[in-house]
Design a protein around this ligand. Structure first.
Ligand SMILES: [Fe+2]
Length: 168
């Protein structure tokens, strides 16, 4: 333990900041990955098929930038994800399809091109209401920031689904 400790003088270790590489993921790569992942036998009951964009130059175990994670969520026709909440907040952009998200009992319908903001620590579940077509959401989350602060926490809702109290 003693060998791992050291002193750093005032702000010296922060200059210059580490260089983060710009990165691009093509539409073809993203769809190919989603197609591959959705055939996997075991999926997360909360989120279905998720392909997150990882930039290794962040030096983190995940993240598209050091503080932000972007990822695509493929929701199968009629799929209903299980309710959960986490300390990272998010923004969803509806790339394709239609459906709704229940946020703390509030049902919010969405369609292609819509944007939805998801507050931190709010129970949510995403639903694809189209019986034939998949829905695709682009999610942008401050998850790596929460991990860096050691404040990342996640909880599943007992029973799996929320009661809808209000519709928007
Ligand atoms: Fe979530």
């Amino acid at each position: 333990m003693g060998e791992q400790r050291k002193f750093i003088t005032y702000l010296d270790s922060m200059s210059p900041p580490p260089r983060i590489q710009p990165m691009k993921w093509t539409r073809e790569e993203i769809y190919e990955k989603l197609e591959q992942l959705r055939k996997a036998p075991k999926k997360d009951p909360r989120a279905g098929t998720v392909a997150s964009l990882y930039n290794p130059s962040t030096g983190n175990v995940m993240g598209t930038t050091p503080s932000i994670l972007a990822g695509f969520q493929w929701i199968e026709p009629g799929e209903h994800g299980q309710a959960h909440r986490h300390t990272f907040a998010g923004i969803y952009y509806v790339v394709r399809g239609r459906g709704y998200t229940v946020v703390d009992g509030q049902k919010i319908e969405w369609k292609e091109g819509d944007v939805l903001s998801l507050p931190a620590w709010s129970f949510h579940e995403n639903v694809n209401t189209d019986p034939n077509e998949p829905a695709i959401l682009l999610g942008v989350f401050d998850l790596p920031l929460m991990m860096g602060l050691r404040t990342m926490l996640e909880e599943e809702l007992e029973g799996g689904y929320q009661e809808i109290k209000q519709e928007v």
